[in-house]
Write a protein that binds this ligand. Sequence first.
Ligand code: GLC
Length: 721
Amino acid sequence: MQALAADPTEARVEALLKRMTLDEKLGQMSQSTELRAPLSEKNKAEIRQGRWGSFLNAAGPAERVEAQRIALKESRLGIPLIFGRDVIHGYRTVFPIPLGQAASWDPELIRQAARVAGREAARSGVHWTFAPMLDITRDPRWGRVAETLGEDPYLTSILGAAMVRGFQGGSIGAADSIAACAKHYVGYGAAEGGRDYNTTWIPEIELRNVFLRPFDAARQAGVATFMSAFNSLNGVPTSGNEFTLRQVLRKEWKYDGMVVSDWESIREMIPHGYAADPADAAFKGLRGGVDMEMVSTTYFDHLKALIASGQVPMSWIDDGVRNILRLKLRMGLFDRQPAGLAIAADPEGAAIARRIAAQSAVLLKNDSNTLPLTTKTIAVIGPLADSPVDQMGAWVMDADPKEVRTPLAALRDRLGEGRVHWARGLKSSRDQSRDGFAEALGAARASDVVLLFLGEEQILSGEAHSRAFLNLPGAQEALVEEVAKAGKPIVAVIMAGRPLTFPSVAAKSSAVLYAWHPGTMGGPALADVLFGDAVPSGRLPITFPRTVGQVPIHYAHMSTGRPPSEKELGIPMGTPLDPRGFTSKYLDVDFTPEFPFGFGLSYTTFEYANLRLSSPSMSLAGSLTISADISNTGSRDAVETVQLYTRQLAASITRPVRELRAFRRVHLRAGEKQTVEFTLKASDLAFYNSKMQLAAEPGDFHVWVAPDSALGLQAAFKLTR
Ligand code: GLC
């Protein structure tokens, strides 16, 4: 009890808990989306009864003010509600989708964007966002890849922690902060077949060395809540998984935040075949360690009987309620009288949205320096050049499409209407009709250069929107074929929520810029990049396959016993049975990716030279300094993202052929050379071994200072006992 006296929050939690009835406890553990605008009499009565602890994604600022007033003033104990909402990549001001933001490799800018989102949401009475999504995935078929920060656990950890700090600000008790939520805990992105909600089988070693790492980083960054997931993990649904929710999260990580289930994921343990009925689902969700049930009502409906029958100890309920009350007290919700709430864009939002959208764009091809444009007259063609809703991407709930600045509008602003020949070409990215082709070809013929805005409409990615193919939907490739007849240089600007495959479009284009779904200010940002006001510095946070047949594909793969070296394709008829060609490759496509993790071009060139290590070895308690000279050998000032990778050549378990260990965004003026230095600690090389011990192991290593995961200056060092 000593600890309680020392911590006033804990003392208040205990004092409240003692006064709560079982119904009030179960009410706190229940989250609903049924808040009407205006509030229904049922809403008001239930809030007075303490039937709900939280509402999500419902009603607006006025209803939140009224509902909170009733909870604080008219319920028996005056316990406030906590309002949750999916503020995934912006609230009123929309930033690029998280996968796009990740391409900036800029944690500080990502933090600033999340800070804007936090302020905008808090100002409208939202207390809690269900972000950042920290799922690792290597499967672009999965619709929710759009919401991830990519394939790499280190990059996802750094950027996810930045989002947490952005949403939560200096303290979750501040009026302009919102609680963040590490989701979907855990392994959701490993869904078989890239099909959403599908089964995941992840060995504990892989779970700890890859999938859990970003969640631990978010915990260390102070994330206030976790969200369990929809997927079954090794046979046990993550919303009832004692290993992840109790053993790892509570026992090993000592986490004292609150865990909410995902939408009906407690009840879904019935169709999973893990719970026999709603009462069993409630039992297994609570036993697993979920404190608050989102949308389904098995807790409220069945835990009272389970308590009465002795199947559920009251301590399980009290522990869950403690975590909920602690969060509300830490956020100061008991003492906040909401007023004057409104949905409004933050004054800093537009500038940050423009910057991060420009920094997220990845230049994949730029033959003969087609970009930046110097031309006088351009054709703007394609359905995504003027599609505000698509440009904002998935998971946008509170933005106004009228506030979106599209590429067409931005280019007309920059060049004047007369110098922009606009033709949509297709009604949408899925349109199969060629009715608009003639007009598109005409626009191309009347222009010096063609900007083709292609990709996916936003509804083709996001939750439950997985695709079995990664090609450009609709007749977009045919549109490019038609427009190419004009014989003008083509710049393809691709907006999408995932890596796509577009070899024929890339072959016909002089330049390719990958813009993801760039958000509210995507138009001005892309115009800035296309005309050189912003030099592209984006780097891929996820591997781009040549074909969907290569999926899953990622850079940090294991070597195998027969690593392919040659890129031979095909196999001549009558080839004799000869073991020499038996390596881990394909006969019909080059086994390497189309574009590797970390890849991106610039409007200048960089040279890496003079890689040097402070020592040829380090002890298990030591560290190494690794440095290289990076020169800007071109004519434009630019930012290069210098990446540090290592490989352990032999260990007690097989280890990836490369692992990102650090990165640095370096601004270099034209002609400038800088020495970039990294400190690598032996502890950075630790991994979970087959005994589930986190430890570095002595051995031989390679290290790269590199522009991406396929290239770089290489050296070797030893890790000694
Ligand atoms: C959804 C998503 C989750 C979201 C929640 C609330 O189904 O899986 O990411 O935060 O429900 O909308």
